[in-house]
Design a protein around this ligand. Sequence first.
Ligand code: NDP
Length: 246
Amino acid sequence: MKKFADKTVLVTGGSRGIGAAITRRFVEEGANVAFTYNHSKEKALALSATLNKSGGKTIAIQANSAIPNDVTQAVEQTVKEFGGIDILVNNAGIYIGKPFEDHTLEDYDEIMAVNVRAVYVASQAAVKYMPAGGRIITIGSNMGDNAVGPQTTLYTMSKSSLQGFTRGLARDLGSKKITVDLVQPGPVDTDMNPAGTELANFLLSRMALAEYGTGDDIAGLVSFLASQEGKYITGSFLTIDGGFNA
Ligand code: NDP
């Protein structure tokens, strides 16, 4: 029997990048997977169709993480389609980098709405349905511990606040035997942070392994945390960054 054969997973932001890799991994390991997208409708529908063709059970849900009602509805739709929710992966995220003086209140509101508020809203909506053994896994960033350089204030602030969220919620949900953890990737080759750029060369110079990570690297860790083997890990931050923060 596959590892997640009787499990339902919701991944936010599964249309591209790390979220798409996490979606693929859970499908390969037997789970029913609902995933959200915002702008990338074609990519989301193509991913879902490909996975379903090869025997997977997926649905792609249009849900803007910046809109709380969209997030709640995505949880409700997952439960309606698959009969429950066992694992929530809060992956959707955005990066806004610019000189501090140029940040606007709109930038602040947008990044906090997507990177932080949506995580809070999705978790609260999912917990209503989550059984013992449930998992809440959020994708933070190694920048939660290490602001890499200038122009990162907003993003770093948003990812650090996920640490407080993870600590608190792990204690709130411990009695329900639901674990809550934060995965903190370093540079991963996606649209958000493509390898082969000038910035990438700078980032590589700071890493012990001097190579970009892949979505699959992150999906492997998420899968481990979500499995039975991860049952004693909660309130933890797992940094997976090729030694960037070493
Ligand atoms: P990408 O930009 O490649 O993909 C982002 C994904 O999030 C897309 O599927 C996108 O969907 C979705 N998304 C963005 N905004 C929204 C929104 N408002 N509502 C719903 N979905 C949304 O990013 P990555 O895959 O690189 O990043 C995934 C996560 O990993 C993020 O939380 C990011 O902060 C984190 N991370 C990434 C690192 C990296 O180096 N790549 C390093 C550390 C952390 P759509 O296209 O449909 O709008």
